[in-house]
Design a protein around this ligand. Structure first.
Ligand SMILES: *[C@@H]1O[C@H](CO)[C@@H](O)[C@H](O)[C@H]1NC(C)=O
Ligand SMILES: *[C@@H]1O[C@H](CO)[C@@H](O)[C@H](O)[C@H]1NC(C)=O
Length: 356
């Protein structure tokens, strides 16, 4: 009899608490952990469906919701598609590791993880979690259409931080038709011999900032493609890789345009180029208003500055405070220009070849 009374009292105590908490969840922050939707997190079982179910709950949730990919777990997925429009504001807590299936088991089409049509999405990790594309079997296959790992399409006011993306078959992170995105503390790593493994591949996007990130890849650390403007890279360490590049422009679309790109406080270590602008050969894409200022370091070859422009010419090229020496003592490096117009001040090597 006594225990019965206690039981009733306890229930009375607990139930008002539970009610308030449940009421708050709807309007404050609901947590959706993939482990509660059937994910195994053992790196072997296919967790694709568990992620899809979790996403549909998150996307239908009003208010603020967090999709949790928990730390210390590995999730094999064949395809993830996080697509909006969704009802509330979404945060992905990306602390675990997502791994791609083998090439034979690949189901995802162009990217392992596609994130589309979302406004105000935040993705944040703990620096340990992220996604691995298991690219090695793809890199060997020259005839394969290789996929990427993380793709954003039509996402505005996006923030992504503290995640690792590794061994992509192709580009690691691609950003297409997004306006307003900040990527910070992103670690990208694939071998220097891996083909076409751009770190970031940005196209038809504007107001994008990549900052405080470390990119090692077999291709461009950041490629800024046609239709992009107001793209900044700040505090990025690149290498191995091909550098931070605009283009190639004009390869598939003759009207490709890129403008307002700022690369600041970036470090290039063991890269084939530093900052470069590539246009497809035989096109008349014009290049103008480009400033290289405060660039210093060493280079391996004989040519430190290469301004090789098409017949349309490059105009208003400003070189200022450049100091690039050979990495071999006593060896001279030089500059070459072709159809390049502009001015050079305080440069080592001297750049006497610019046209006025
Ligand atoms: C990029 O840098 C420019 C020049 O410093 C600045 O005006 C602009 O706000 C920056 N944009 C982003 C998205 O960081
Ligand atoms: C680059 O670094 C300098 C010196 O640390 C700092 O003053 C400047 O604000 C940085 N620029 C950007 C765009 O972060």
């Amino acid at each position: 009899m006594q225990s019965f009374i206690i039981f009733v009292l306890l229930l009375d105590f607990i139930s008002p608490c539970l009610c308030t908490r449940l009421n708050n969840i709807g309007t404050q922050n609901s947590i959706y952990n993939v482990m509660n939707y059937g994910a195994h997190g053992d790196g072997k079982s296919d967790d694709t469906q568990a992620f899809a179910t979790t996403w549909s709950n998150v996307c239908n949730s009003v208010g603020m919701s967090t999709l949790v990919i928990p730390a210390k777990k590995t999730f094999l997925v064949t395809k993830l598609h996080f697509s909006g429009r969704c009802k509330g504001k979404i945060h992905i807590q990306f602390e675990g590791k997502i791994v791609a299936p083998s090439r034979e088991a690949w189901k995802a089409g162009e990217s392992l993880i596609s994130i589309e049509n979302l406004n105000g999405l935040t993705i944040d990790g703990n620096g340990q979690g992220g996604a691995d594309g298991d690219g090695s079997t793809w890199w060997q296959c020259s005839g394969c259409q290789r996929p990427g790992v993380l793709h954003f399409h039509s996402c505005n006011d996006l923030s992504v931080s503290n995640i690792k993306i590794t061994n992509s078959p192709r580009s690691h992170v691609s950003v297409n038709m997004c306006n307003g995105a900040t990527f910070s503390h992103i670690s990208i790593d694939s071998p220097p011999t891996s083909p076409n493994t751009d770190g970031f591949d940005i196209s038809f996007s504007s107001n994008i900032l990549v900052k405080d990130s470390n990119i090692k890849s077999g291709d461009d650390c950041i490629a800024i493609n046609g239709g992009s403007s107001f793209i900044n890279a700040t505090g990025v360490t690149c290498g191995p890789g091909h550098g931070i590049s605009v283009g190639s422009l004009g390869k598939t679309r003759p009207n490709d345009q890129v403008s307002n790109v700022n690369v600041r406080n970036c470090t290039f270590i063991g890269t084939s180029n530093g900052g470069r602008i590539k246009t497809a050969p035989d096109t008349d894409v014009s290049v103008s208003d480009v400033t290289y200022r405060g660039v210093y370091g060493t280079c391996d070859g004989n040519i430190a500055v290469n301004l090789d422009c098409s017949s349309a010419g490059c105009h208003n090229i400003i070189l200022d405070q450049i100091n690039i020496k050979s990495n071999q003592q006593g060896k001279k490096v030089s500059a070459i220009c072709h159809n390049a117009y502009g001015t050079a001040t305080n440069t080592i090597p001297s750049v006497p070849c610019l046209l006025h």
